[in-house]
Design a protein around this ligand. Structure first.
Ligand SMILES: [Zn+2]
Ligand SMILES: [Zn+2]
Length: 82
């Protein structure tokens, strides 16, 4: 049963890590529902433009910046939409 405990623990950590922060860390861009936010392992959030300018590397922790998954996928949202 220890495995279930560990999985539950990690799921909680991941959920916390993916919590949306309201602004871009670099330029202060305010994210809206359809924003393509980029996030690093340390929960630092960047807008698409800043992530591009940073070559998808977080300057704070040197971690990779990845697109923050949306709760509901929207096919109408393209990468060009900040
Ligand atoms: Zn930004
Ligand atoms: Zn970082």
């Amino acid at each position: 049963m220890i495995i279930i405990y560990i999985l539950t623990y990690f799921y909680g950590v991941i959920e916390m890590a993916l919590e949306m922060k309201p602004n871009c860390e670099k330029c202060g861009y305010e994210f809206h529902k359809k924003s393509n936010a980029f996030i690093c392992v340390q929960e630092t959030t960047y807008c698409r433009e800043c992530a591009e300018n940073l070559y998808y590397v977080c300057p704070k922790c040197n971690g990779e910046l990845v697109v923050r998954p949306k709760a509901k996928a929207d096919t109408k949202t393209v990468m060009g939409d900040r």
